[in-house]
Design a protein around this ligand. Sequence first.
Ligand code: NAP
Length: 300
Amino acid sequence: MTDPDVRTDLTGRTIVITGASSGIGAVAARRLTELGANVVPVGRSPERTARVAARLGAEPLIADYAHLGQVRDLADALLQRCPRIDVLVNNAGGLIPSRRVTADGHELTFQTNHLAPFLLTSLLLPRLRSSARNGPVRIVTTSSLGNRFGRLRMDDLEWEKRRYGGGWIAYATTKLMNVSFTRELARRTEGTGIGVLCFHPRPARRGGARTGRTGVPTRFAEGSPALRLLTRTPLRGLRLNDEAGAGPLVWLAASPEVGGAGGDYYDGLRKGAKVNPQADDQALALRLWDRSQELLRAFL
Ligand SMILES: NC(=O)c1ccc[n+]([C@@H]2O[C@H](COP(=O)([O-])OP(=O)(O)OC[C@H]3O[C@@H](n4cnc5c(N)ncnc54)[C@H](OP(=O)(O)O)[C@@H]3O)[C@@H](O)[C@H]2O)c1
């Protein structure tokens, strides 16, 4: 698989990227800016996000998804700043190695990787819809092939009845929720000109070899020894680095080849890759949607 050579001129297009302070999001922010887009970088760490934004010549926005009020403030700031949004990239997320509960009362993995992007997308949806009247709009969510190991239980979204362990399965379950959310959102926005899709950031350029770039392994695996091993192994093909991992994201956000994208899941550049069978359960996606809305009622 080769890195997609995206050359689309993105001048005049506004792309909001969460998780832009680090890793895949930071590289994608740089590459989309190089293509001419007006990128709005969103991060959690003010210092890291400011550093990335300075390199882009952009103004950063900060929100910690452990606080849903900050997600709502982020949406307000984006609505003030961006009269149109052409692409929303829900990329922020991570693996949390021990179970924690936020001040909002939710298990932190569930809140960070599912509830917060659900809330942000919902609050931005009217703006995305109006933007789609004047050109194609996309909502891209960074899922993971880990979705296949997830186990979505509507009676245990908050991970109270099962052993949390090192957070692997809780993480995988939220990445499954990203796929379900993408599919349900695609159904709800059908015919509006909004393309909705999600992906696993499989490196599109192995180890950076073709360009001589080496990149840096992302920070997302830091809390998990097993993931650290996987993402840092020097074995060809297993090594993920942020330059390579950003290739599919840049392509999905920018390339006209991607098309309408009705809730598709991509593994790297490959459309229609295998997902957890629960992601194909439309009734379950609807229940998750309704329950998420209920849990977020105070913020919507
Ligand atoms: N790297 C991989 O192998 C891999 C594989 C599959 C999926 N993914 C997914 O790819 C996405 C990007 O991860 P990455 O690999 O680039 O890792 P990364 O370098 O750790 O980047 C994660 C980004 O998410 C942000 N973030 C984490 N927790 C947050 C919170 N509570 N509130 C707001 N922002 C938060 C971080 O913000 P700060 O830096 O400002 O704290 C950072 O910008 C994640 O969704 C991850 O699950 C990665």
